[in-house]
Design a protein. Sequence first.
Length: 194
Amino acid sequence: MSDRFFVVTGGPGSGKTTLLHALAERGFRRMPEAGRAIIRDQVRIGGPALPWGDRARFAELMLAWEMRSWHEASSLPGPVLFDRGVPDVIGYLEVCGLPVPGHARRAAETFRYARTVFVAPPWREIFVGDAERRQSFAEAEATHAAMLRAYGALGYRAVALPFAPVAERAAFVAEQIALHFANPAAPPPRTGTP
């Protein structure tokens, strides 16, 4: 486990990537989301590994991306923030109704992050679809629930991000990371149900 790797997860359109950009501006290192990059590349090459195509292949590419990101982050100093993590692949497969292969479960048990995971709850007011994010708000809610189950089953503690402007969300995450390093055994804050 790396207690300096912090995952931000949740459903699509809940402000994860915007938050991570704001935290990068504060000096935090971050690892980018797999899904959008994979979609762009697969569309560009006419590949089948897409969420509206071969979902199992898409999941395998995400799994490989997340493991590579974990290794890459190992060479970076200080805390590193991840726009999703290996357990997200399990949540994605479950949302799709696909079986979770044993190697995906072993990857989630092997490539560990800090126990506190930041969860962006579904937020209708900021949810927007686009060419790469084709999910409905109901699918975003289902994804959020699947991520809570996936991370919870692996022993992570979910901390809900507040429904607040991005600067406030960034300050909240920065404060929680500082508290983590000050007292890593402390329980996460209660911010409501993620």
